[in-house]
Design a protein around this ligand. Structure first.
Ligand code: ZN
Length: 161
């Protein structure tokens, strides 16, 4: 069975940057399962996987625009330290979950923290990064009607929701 919309795909993958540094890999956590065609994964990877089948391996290079987007310097903004109430030390590199204007949770990274002012970066940590995926397709199956209704895959062991 080929990868197409409304199919659930199981993958093994390794993600590296253009210098070969490993950013993420499915290895230790077991396989990665997603619903194809539902924008559950970045567009560049989803497009490259269309038409592949179990056992296929592929190497994909994805530009930022097909990945997590280009960096937007307007997303760098100063905020008062009081926004980090309850956190003893705020230091560059720390990441926090924040709620954006769209109501979605996203990650912000602390760029600097001096005096009462903390500068945060609302860009996705992988914005502006060229991504290299080594992917092996493990399994492809039709999505269940429940998965299609939810817009995501239900991996074995997923609690009912
Ligand atoms: Zn669900």
């Amino acid at each position: 069975m080929q990868i197409a919309d409304e199919r659930v795909v199981t993958l093994d993958y390794k993600l590296t940057d253009k210098d070969g540094r490993v950013i993420d890999e499915s290895g230790g956590r077991g396989d990665f399962v997603y619903l194809h065609g539902a924008r559950n994964i970045i567009p560049g990877l989803e497009n490259a996987l269309t038409g592949q089948k179990a056992g296929d391996t592929l190497e994909v290079t994805i530009s930022p625009e097909e990945g997590y987007g280009e960096r937007d310097e307007r997303l760098l903004q100063p905020v008062p330290r009081s926004m980090f109430e309850g956190i003893d030390e705020v230091a560059p590199g720390m990441q926090f979950q924040a709620q954006g204007p769209d109501g979605q949770q996203h990650v912000v990274t602390v760029v600097s923290a001096e005096g009462d002012e903390v500068v945060i970066d609302g860009n996705h940590p992988l914005a502006g990064v060229e991504l290299h995926f080594d992917v092996k397709v493990i399994d492809v199956r039709p999505a269940t009607s429940e998965e299609l209704e939810h817009g995501h895959a239900h991996a074995p062991g997923t609690p009912a929701h």
